[in-house]
Ligand binder design. Structure first.
Ligand code: HEC
Length: 152
């Protein structure tokens, strides 16, 4: 395991839980409605949103490292997985049937990458991100697509 640190989302979760109970049930206030232009409010992110930010940045870190390497070698990289179903969302309506179907598929894609890191398996992780987002949280889709490796 190099470069990728385990996320602290679990530890943050307890702190954020109290705040999110009082947050308005308004999708337009979440990052799902539109791509994020401003950084998160430190107190405003749910445990789930914080995990997402960590997931997105580990994809970015690994992708940049592989692309910077002359051989574009994927060996030795692993991705941390998150128990998405255990994390508090900004809005309970985000945890719909689509979400619960796609959370395990995402974990499978991570496991597949960790067993055999490759551009194809990294791309499958990005697809798993996007597949869930289509039915739960379309706002970050443009950002997620930027994590696609250039496969030739
Ligand atoms: C099982 C469904 C699911 C999967 C898989 C998933 N997401 Fe998400 N994502 C969501 C939901 C729902 C939210 C909104 C969370 C909230 O606001 O509490 C979200 C939020 C986000 C955000 C916005 C966070 C913020 O508030 O700033 C980003 C960025 C993101 N996801 C990227 C990713 C990436 C990258 C992956 C794959 C590594 C991924 N997501 C996998 C459902 C998913």
């Amino acid at each position: 395991m190099r470069l990728v640190k385990r996320s602290t989302a679990g530890a943050l979760g307890g702190l954020v839980l109290g705040v999110s109970l009082f947050s308005a049930c308004d999708q337009s206030q979440s990052s799902c409605a539109a791509p994020k232009l401003a950084p998160n409010q430190p107190n405003g992110s749910s445990a789930l949103a914080s995990a997402m930010v960590a997931m997105d940045s580990q994809l970015q870190v690994v992708l940049e490292a592989v692309m910077a390497d002359a051989n574009h070698a994927w060996e030795g990289y692993t991705l941390a997985s998150h128990d998405l179903l255990a994390l508090e969302p900004t809005d309970a309506s985000m945890i719909n049937g689509h979400f619960t179907t796609h959370a395990p598929l995402y974990l499978q894609a991570i496991a597949q990458f960790n067993e055999a890191p490759s551009a194809d398996h990294f791309n499958a992780v990005v697809s798993a991100c996007a597949d869930c987002h289509h039915g739960t949280c379309p706002g970050p889709l443009t950002r997620i697509e930027k994590r696609r490796p250039q496969v030739d």
